[in-house]
Write a protein that binds this ligand. Structure first.
Ligand SMILES: [Zn+2]
Length: 492
């Protein structure tokens, strides 16, 4: 059994300032065997493909893995960038023929200039190259897709968890389906439905209301023998694309009518829950005040999920922490390459400095903010992730400088966008995590895989920003007019 494999995965934030280019992605591309070696033993889609292939005695033919460049979100793909890699995938698979099937690890929220639905377009190009063999696709939970993808691919499988801790499992689900289809034991019949809902990522945690109800319903449907997999992607709202918003996909063994019934049912349920997917959240002032109330009651540490910052330099929450006199907090990264390099080149650990940080990347970032403190760390730390997401992955950081502003107020100035989905990025720069009352994360939900076990309170903050929770604050050109809550129909 010969199965072609490629990965082309990108979550494109079309509100970000810088385009996605070949120059940006190419240094991180892996081709051929290197694409498998890179993720062997790490819980990823492709490792899931490998596990199933091994046990089924199938041979994988890896072409290329193209993903996001580290260091923050980027905007629209240049058309030539998409074309280059899509062509390389199609041609690479063609050269591997004869193949019995193709597994594609995609994301679903790629946005490409002049290519309205890039994942569907990629699968069509692959189809042209390889002919009539099964093509199956895995997607991130933040996928924006419609029927064009399910028309082009034989079966589509989407992550079931946010935080995403099931990438390998979904890779295995897709690969099992592929193997059984090639053996003639399975005949994929799928359906897709879009309920017409957009939501900010910060509302989409799979273990919490309202998405938990939706995912529970999917799992109930999966108990039926003929039902192989029921997927819901709530979607990625920060890509201004025509197929934006939630998608429900069901894959059954040969029963198209049942697949249609399932996606209608799950879609109706999601629609009934739409208001909870856009309920107002506290602004930075209210959020810091709320955090201090929790701390006063001994409920700490508190996580402030500053989810709107997609460039890493936003200062809205920092300013409130300073203004309200909060203590014992850590910000794992304010992205400011100029400030980080200035500090590293002109100072040493132990120096006391005053400088302005952040607030430079976009009009939404807030103002540069003056801070004074003592430098306690300068360097490019390397560390190993310890949380459930990417556990064991080795990370090589860019340049970071940690300032202690006094009263255990720890501010890391980083060369590029820097988060802490677990404690490793903080301990790597010498922060004493147990001493913290507030951890400020430029993240929405992924951090909860780790931090929910440490922090009793998680406050979602709606700061001004490119990734604002209140989607009515962004200007969209390409989304459907009837999509809730921002389509023209709902904006009376
Ligand atoms: Zn995602």
């Amino acid at each position: 059994m010969r199965i072609g494999v490629a990965e082309f995965s990108h979550e494109t934030c079309t509100f970000c300032p810088d385009p996605t280019t070949i120059a940006l992605l190419e240094p991180h591309v892996k081709r051929g065997q290197a694409m498998l070696d890179k993720v062997r033993g790490i819980p990823t889609y492709v490792n899931g493909f490998m596990k199933v292939a091994e046990s089924a005695g199938a041979e994988l033919f890896p072409v290329i893995s193209v993903g996001m460049a580290p260091g923050g979100f980027t905007s629209w793909f240049e058309t030539e960038c998409f074309d280059k890699y899509a062509e390389e995938i199609a041609q690479g698979l063609k050269q591997s023929l004869p193949l019995d099937g193709v597994l594609l690890a995609l994301h679903g929220a790629m946005a490409v200039s002049n290519v309205p639905k890039p994942e569907a377009e990629l699968v069509r190009r692959v189809r042209t190259a390889v002919g009539d063999i099964p093509i199956m696709v895995t997607l991130d939970l933040h996928a924006n897709e419609d029927h064009e993808l399910t028309d082009a691919a034989d079966a589509v499988f989407i992550l079931k968890t946010y935080p995403h801790v099931d990438s390998e499992e979904i890779g295995m689900t897709a690969a099992h389906c592929m193997v059984e289809t090639i053996r003639g034991n399975f005949r994929p019949a799928q359906a897709l439905k879009k309920p017409g809902i957009m939501s900010a990522s910060i509302y989409q945690a799979s273990a919490y209301h309202p998405m938990k109800l939706v995912y529970d319903r999917c799992r109930q449907w999966e108990e039926r023998d003929e039902v192989y997999c029921v997927s819901v992607a709530p979607g990625f709202a920060y890509a201004d694309v025509p197929d934006v918003g939630m998608s429900v996909i069901a894959v059954t063994n040969g029963d198209k009518a049942l697949a249609e019934e399932i996606v209608q049912d799950v879609s109706d349920l999601a629609w009934s829950l739409r208001e909870a997917l856009s309920a107002p959240l506290p602004d930075p002032k209210e959020a810091v005040s709320l955090a201090r109330q929790h701390i006063a009651r001994g409920e700490c540490p508190v996580v402030l999920a500053d989810g709107s910052d997609r460039t890493g330099d936003s200062t809205h929450v920092l300013k409130e922490l300073l203004a309200q006199g909060a203590t014992n907090w850590a910000i794992p990264g304010i992205a400011d390459p100029k400030a980080a390099h200035f500090l590293a080149e002109n100072h040493k650990v132990g120096d006391t400095v005053t400088l302005s940080v952040g607030g430079w990347a976009s009009e939404h970032s807030g103002q540069p903010t003056e801070v004074s403190g003592t430098i306690e760390f300068i360097g490019k730390p390397s560390f190993t992730l310890v949380g459930p997401m990417g556990k064991g992955s080795k990370i090589q950081d860019g340049l970071v400088v940690r300032l202690n502003l006094g009263d255990n107020r720890q501010l890391v100035v980083s060369e590029r966008m820097r988060g802490a989905n677990d404690s490793a990025p903080l301990t790597a720069v010498g922060v004493d995590v147990p001493s913290l009352d507030i951890v400020i994360l430029k993240d929405r939900v992924h951090h909860r895989a780790f931090w929910d076990s440490v922090a009793p309170v998680d406050i979602r903050v709606d700061s001004p920003g490119i990734g604002v929770a209140d989607l009515t604050k962004l200007h969209f050109d390409n989304v459907p007019q009837d999509i809730y809550p921002i389509g023209k129909k709902w904006r009376t």
